[in-house]
Design a protein around this ligand. Structure first.
Ligand code: DQA
Length: 140
């Protein structure tokens, strides 16, 4: 299977910001692990990160007919982006929402996701392994 791992706003700072919450590995290092994880299971993963909501919507739109699944950590866009929600709803490709932290154990505003309803499922709270579990959910 062919997967797209999409990371949104501020995820490029992973490994540098709030290490106690998001860990000390950079996004590039995590992506390297995810690529190897997919390969070792006979699958392929492609990666894209952007701080721009519109660019993320464009990538989601372009995923139709190309990817078998999308793993999406939208960062703070999760909590208010109706544009991302509509983009996910517009495509047939299943999207699994991911968060590294347990958003339910943090600030009140993080408890609400406007994306979950249009996603296949949601995995959160397992650090970088949230991405691995989300990918694995497609082939288990
Ligand atoms: C996050 C949680 C969001 O609330 C936050 O804005 C992020 C990262 C996570 O992976 O835990 O940027 O999506």
């Amino acid at each position: 299977m062919n997967f797209l791992v999409l990371n949104g706003v501020n995820l490029n700072l992973t490994g540098k910001r709030e290490r106690d919450v998001y860990g000390g590995q950079t996004l590039e290092e995590i992506e390297g692990e995810l690529a190897a994880f997919c390969e070792s299971n006979g699958h392929a993963a492609h990666f894209f990160q952007s701080n721009s909501e519109g660019e993320l919507c464009t990538r989601i739109q372009q995923a139709e007919g190309v990817y078998d699944g999308i793993v999406l950590n939208a960062g703070a866009f999760t909590h208010y982006s109706y544009a991302l929600r509509d983009a996910i709803a517009a495509i047939a490709v299943p999207v699994v929402e991911v968060h590294m932290s347990n958003v339910h154990a943090r600030e009140e505003f993080r408890k609400k996701s406007v994306l979950t309803e249009v996603c296949k499922g949601e995995i959160l709270g397992f650090g970088k392994n949230s991405y691995k579990l989300a990918l694995e959910s497609f082939w288990l």
